[in-house]
Design a protein around this ligand. Sequence first.
Ligand SMILES: [Zn+2]
Length: 147
Amino acid sequence: MTLLLCSAALLIIVLYLLLRPIWWSQAEDDRVADPVLADLYAQKELLYNNIREMEADRRVGKFSNDDFQRFSKQSKEKAAAVLRQIDAYQQGIFLPGLDEAIETAIGAKRSVSLVGVSRVCSQCGAPLQPGDRFCGQCGAPVRREAT
Ligand SMILES: [Zn+2]
């Protein structure tokens, strides 16, 4: 009887250890699969790290209490804004200015891989900004060229 209980407990532990990384990696994949979410989560992590570092600095006296209050408040407000953006994005709500800001951020990354590619409108020939989805001149959809 004791042996049976031990076996059952062992089985549960083994299953838990086996399945846990799979759940985790699936959650990670969901994040990374969406560049907007991945970017927002990265921003959030960065801000949280900043706050943690500021708290550590204050403890060792590198930061005065006043400075800490001021800077950590800024970082916490930014982190809260990023969390609201993540929430809104997951619910499919458009936040004014957010889309543009994210497009700029993603465009900056994309432009690195688009070096050497002519970025002009295929309809009217107007120059395009990285991340543009539509031509600013004539409104034609921008074709994404692989090379
Ligand atoms: Zn055009």
